[in-house]
Design a protein around this ligand. Structure first.
Ligand code: ATP
Length: 327
């Protein structure tokens, strides 16, 4: 449904995105995840036909977003980072206005507006002037204007930014409820957003796609970083080498030293992929006469994946900046 190949955008001397590529199948929700300045908004705006790419192609439902932009616009709903709402109109009259400019015939308009109001749970607010709505409700109006013409593809740029925690949950539920009927691409810099809402995630960093996969597969890539966190009391000198020798253990680190009590430490025991030597670890600690106060199995989170994929680049970036500053 969405095919992006070798897409680049250069603003003057800034390369905002470079050789970006990904695809989205019909009915999927994909998250476009990246830190600030990674190039998310630039990509969303190119897909929505707001700005042209410098090179490369993007197609939606087989139509080129630049060369066949009118065909594309009929098939997409776009929620920009700051949705353009007419604050002095009521929700209903604003949606009627949007439906009209999106070319919906007068006969069909009322029905489509009412559908969008129902989908976005705006019935109670349909006669309210937009200016009087909370940020969460305004965001729903933003989504309603994106879906009023029932486009197969919805493009959402940072749809939960600036909302409070309850509004965030409500908007995420709303987005999830639109999946299946619609193909959705949403950009975000918030990690839980993609694991909660999306089938797949494309991670972008400094304008380039770093990886694209399901949240679960990405976490499995880091399987080797799963392990145990244990809180022990006693002398660590003899226990650390013994723990390191257990089959399946790749690394033992002291991550908290004597925080709770003197002589009490928290260890992180990193294990190799597909190994769970929990029994041996507990037995070794107890047999050495140390106190075992807590032990839990830890898996990598999507955050770990994200950091692993983006940190090296950020460190290179900060090294480059330091070098430039020193020169
Ligand atoms: N109109 C513009 N003119 C010049 N540079 C721009 C323009 N728009 C974006 N950029 C630059 O392009 C890069 C990517 O910006 P973009 O807004 O696409 O990133 P983003 O991932 O959406 O970040 P954020 O989450 O902070 O909005 C940044 O370095 C930004 O400063």
């Amino acid at each position: 449904m969405i095919e992006v190949e070798h897409l680049s955008k250069i603003y003057g001397s800034t390369t905002a995105i470079e050789d970006v590529h990904f695809s989205v199948s019909a009915g999927e929700i994909i998250g476009f995840l990246g830190p600030n300045g990674a190039g998310k908004t630039t990509t969303m705006r190119i897909l929505a036909g707001y700005i042209p790419a410098s090179s490369g192609t993007a197609k939606i439902a087989g139509y080129d977003v630049h060369q066949q932009s009118m065909e594309v616009r009929k098939r997409i709903g776009y929620l920009p980072e700051n949705p353009p709402l007419y604050l002095d109109l009521t929700v209903e009259s604003f949606l009627h206005f949007v439906a009209k400019i999106k070319g919906i015939s007068a006969g069909e308009r009322s029905q489509k507006v009412q559908n969008a109001i129902a989908r976005c749970q705006l019935k109670d607010k349909s006669r309210t002037i937009i200016r009087k709505l909370s940020k969460g409700y305004r965001q729903r109006v933003g989504i309603a204007q994106a879906i009023v013409h029932e486009p197969p593809v919805i493009i959402l740029d940072e749809p939960t930014v600036g909302l409070d925690p309850r509004q965030i949950i409500e908007v995420r539920h709303l987005i999830k409820s639109l999946a299946g009927e619609h193909t959705i691409i949403l950009s975000t810099h918030i990690l839980p957003e993609v694991s909660m809402t999306c089938d797949r995630v494309t991670i972008i960093n400094r304008g380039k796609v770093v990886t694209s996969d399901t949240p679960i597969n990405l976490m499995e890539q880091l399987q080797g970083n799963s392990g145990y966190e244990v809180e022990v009391e006693g002398n660590l000198d003899s226990i650390l080498p013994l723990l390191s020798q257990i089959t399946g253990v790749s690394q033992v680190k002291v991550i908290q030293s004597e925080i709770v009590k003197p002589n009490r430490n928290v260890l992180q025991i990193v294990c190799r992929a597909n190994s769970e030597p929990g029994k041996e670890i507990a037995a070794t600690i107890v047999n050495q006469g140390l106190g075992l106060y807590q032990m839990r199995y830890t898996r990598p989170s999507l955050e770990d994946v994200f950091l692993e994929l983006t940190t090296e680049d950020l460190m290179v970036a900060s090294d480059e900046e330091n070098t430039t500053m020193n020169n």
